[in-house]
Design a protein around this ligand. Structure first.
Ligand code: NAP
Length: 270
């Protein structure tokens, strides 16, 4: 598996949001498969500690780029740091999530969220996929979410960024797939990460929280096999069932109720 994975997606993987959570696990599992790594996030200390442990544990080369992906000028920082590196796998993972009523999220924060969650992935994909197409091989993963499937109350802008990621991934699966480049929209479900914990979810027996190892294993397994993948059997069954038996409005209301149970109570919208 290591050989075929690194032949197809090596020798370098670039992973955004790799300082913790799912991104850190993508980095670990790519290193395990023999890929060298470029890791991007804002927290320099965490990035350096990842760099040290991944080098020690797997003997791969690891470069870090401390960078705020909500900045306008991300390519002028990333291009010189990656020139000469053959990026065979791009994981657009960095994401900002916050659960609260729409009007309680300041517009500035929503715009930053849009930039980090979607704009950065668009820019990086446009830049790195060109070389992948020339080489006729490579892989790109966009982190989407179950919230991409239906309007999801209390995270309207977040869910919309994840829907963007799903659609661009599925479309490029077809367009770039013809040139040997695999693209996947990965719909993570509730996954135990610092980002998940920061929203203070309440224990709920209906919500199965995955660990990052299982989620990332599923993503890397699905890459090259299909346009998009929902993590976790329970989530897949849930969305299948909702699609079959519920109206669109019914599904949106059901999801809103479960968000209220999991993250509420919410105060008034304004
Ligand atoms: N956990 C879940 O339940 C879940 C479910 C569905 C989808 N997802 C998606 O999976 C991805 C990872 O989520 P996670 O739960 O692992 O989140 P997390 O624990 O909050 O980690 C987010 C990562 O993104 C980086 N990041 C945030 N803002 C950034 C910025 N402005 N510039 C550069 N990097 C930035 C963070 O690093 P710094 O703080 O160092 O910048 C961190 O490495 C996200 O796209 C999220 O939407 C997660």
């Amino acid at each position: 598996m290591t050989d075929s994975f690194s032949t197809k997606y090596g020798p370098w993987a670039l992973i955004t949001g790799a300082s913790r959570g799912l991104g850190a696990e993508f980095a670990r599992q790519c290193a395990e498969r023999g890929l060298n790594l470029v890791l991007i996030a804002t927290n320099t200390e965490l990035l350096k500690s990842q760099q040290k442990s991944l080098k020690n544990d797997y003997g791969v080369d690891v470069k870090v780029i401390p960078l705020d992906l909500s900045r306008e000028d991300i390519l002028p920082v990333i291009t010189p740091a990656t020139n000469g590196l053959e990026i065979g796998l791009l994981v657009n993972n960095a994401g900002v999530s916050k659960v609260h009523p729409f009007l309680q999220q300041p517009l500035d924060f929503s715009l930053k969220q849009l930039h980090v969650n979607s704009r950065a992935g668009l820019i990086l994909t446009h830049h790195f996929s060109r070389k992948m197409v020339e080489r006729r091989r490579g892989g790109i993963i966009f982190l989407s979410s179950g919230s991409a499937m239906y309007g999801t109350a209390y995270c309207a802008n977040y869910a919309a960024t994840k829907a963007y990621n799903l659609i661009i991934a599925e479309t490029l699966w077809y367009e770039l797939g013809g040139y040997g480049v695999d693209v996947l929209g990965f719909m993570a479900g509730s996954t135990k990460t610092p980002g998940w914990d920061a929203n203070n979810p309440k224990p709920n027996r209906l919500v199965k929280v995955m660990d990052t190892k299982a989620a990332v294993t599923e993503a890397l397994k699905a890459l090259g096999k299909k346009p998009s993948h929902i993590a976790g059997t329970t989530n897949r069954l849930g969305y299948f069932f909702m699609g079959k038996v519920m109206s669109r409005s019914g599904a949106i209301r059901t999801l809103a109720k479960s968000m209220e149970k999991l993250f509420g109570p919410f105060t008034e919208n304004t």
